[in-house]
Design a protein around this ligand. Structure first.
Ligand code: ADP
Ligand code: GN1
Ligand code: MG
Length: 366
């Protein structure tokens, strides 16, 4: 692996003299490294190097086409608004052959980005104001891409937020039970089965033409946004692997399930896990504002449903992965996917208790 990394590093247009390469961040999907180069006396330049997850993204070339397309487009929008495209969008570092990726001798795909400096991504919200800022940025991202030609985007993971299809995959995983784990998680399995009705809600509304398909991010968790160290604002939306046609409510909801929780995604003590209504309100206000008046009244009304559906779907995905032997999400300890599943289900349950409050909060911003 060391040799493989060194080989990959040599293939990109990095500036200066190589210093170091360390694993970086807490993403569940790609292998991410921070690469440092020295560019002069006491000066360094930092980059993000990623080995893309080929099992999950089976068409990495198409995926990189999406990322180049979206980031070039964002660059123009940002410039037109007087912003700084070096910091406000991801920027791909090309490989030495000019491509946006490098394929190594083992057939692994690598890519690189300029490191977004003077900013950080977070695993947990510390105060509502920060969450509000992340919401403005995610909303703004959707607004910036509102006129992006959706047909130009490849579907990097087919049916990514097709909750109904994911429910079927879950059901099969329970049936096959390849790791003999189903009996020990009967409570969690029943939790999913009892809520089958919510898996079809958005699909039906879409089919009836009651909600629009938009270009969305589809993976809007807090650690997929860089927050500026000085201003505290969400400066750059990252992790663009799943930018595809999707639903505004899902982008909203995925942020809520992660950021409005009072605990980490893999917290084992469920007494610490709640869906915080101050966080929920801060995000609602920021997201609607960031979308700049483009959300329809129906979309706004459905935001609480987005929160519930995304949290439920994610919990179901963690449980499916646990049943299938932890092959999708990276784990750092046994049982981690089950712990993640349990926090999501606790949040779904808590949202059900707070449903009326969530609806009232959203109504305030209609
Ligand atoms: P994954 O798909 O595995 O989640 P990400 O693309 O989200 O991978 O990267 C993982 C983490 O690396 C992010 O959460 C963030 O902390 C960090 N990161 C990614 N890209 C950059 C960047 N361009 N500048 C700074 N940090 C980054
Ligand atoms: C993954 O890539 P990352 O870690 O930002 C996953 C999301 C899940 C999330 C759960 C491509 O996000 O869909 O909601 O984990 N991304 C993919 O934390 O499956
Ligand atoms: Mg990520």
């Amino acid at each position: 692996m060391e040799e493989q990394k060194r080989d990959a590093i040599a293939q990109f247009c990095f500036e200066g003299v190589y210093q170091s390469c360390q694993p970086f961040g807490n993403g569940h999907i790609n292998d991410t490294y921070l690469v440092v180069f020295e560019t002069g006396e006491q000066k360094t330049r930092r980059y993000i190097l990623q080995r893309m997850n080929k099992d999950i993204f089976s068409k990495p070339v198409e995926l990189m086409e999406n990322i180049v397309g979206v980031t070039s487009y964002l660059r123009k929008v940002i410039l037109a608004n007087g912003g700084d495209p070096e910091r406000e969008t991801l920027n791909v570092v090309p490989a030495k052959d000019g491509k946006a990726y490098y394929v190594d001798a083992q057939g692994e795909y690598w890519r690189a980005f300029y490191f977004v400096e003077n900013a950080a991504s977070f695993e947990q919200v510390e105060k509502p104001e920060d969450f509000y800022e992340s919401a403005v940025a995610f909303g703004n991202f959707q607004r910036q891409l509102a006129d992006y030609p959706a047909a130009a985007l490849h579907e990097t993971i087919p049916g990514f937020h097709d909750t109904k299809a994911r429910f079927e995959v879950f059901r099969q995983a329970v049936e096959k039970d390849v790791c003999n784990r189903a009996a020990s998680v009967k409570k969690e399995i029943d939790f999913v089965l009892e809520r089958e009705d919510i898996t079809g809600v958005f699909g039906e509304l879409l089919a009836k033409g009651e909600i629009p398909l938009r270009v969305t991010h589809n993976d809007t968790k807090l650690n997929n946004i860089m927050m500026d160290n000085e201003t505290g604002k969400g400066i750059c939306v990252i992790d663009l692997d799943t930018v595809m046609p999707g639903l505004a409510m899902n982008d909203f909801g995925d942020s809520i399930r992660f950021g409005a929780s009072t605990a980490l995604e893999d917290e084992q003590d469920l007494d610490k896990v709640w869906c915080d209504m101050d966080y929920f309100e801060a995000y609602t206000r920021g997201f609607i504002e960031g979308c700049g008046g483009r959300l329809t009244p129906k979309e706004i009304e459905l935001l609480p449903m987005g929160a519930k559906v995304m949290t439920f779907e994610c919990g179901m995905r963690f449980l499916t992965d646990y049943l299938q032997g932890d092959t999708y999400f990276k784990i750092h300890r046994p049982g981690q996917n089950l712990d993640r599943c349990r926090t999501q289900f606790k949040l779904v349950w808590d949202m059900e208790q707070k449903w009326q409050t969530m609806r009232e909060i959203v109504e305030k911003y209609q």
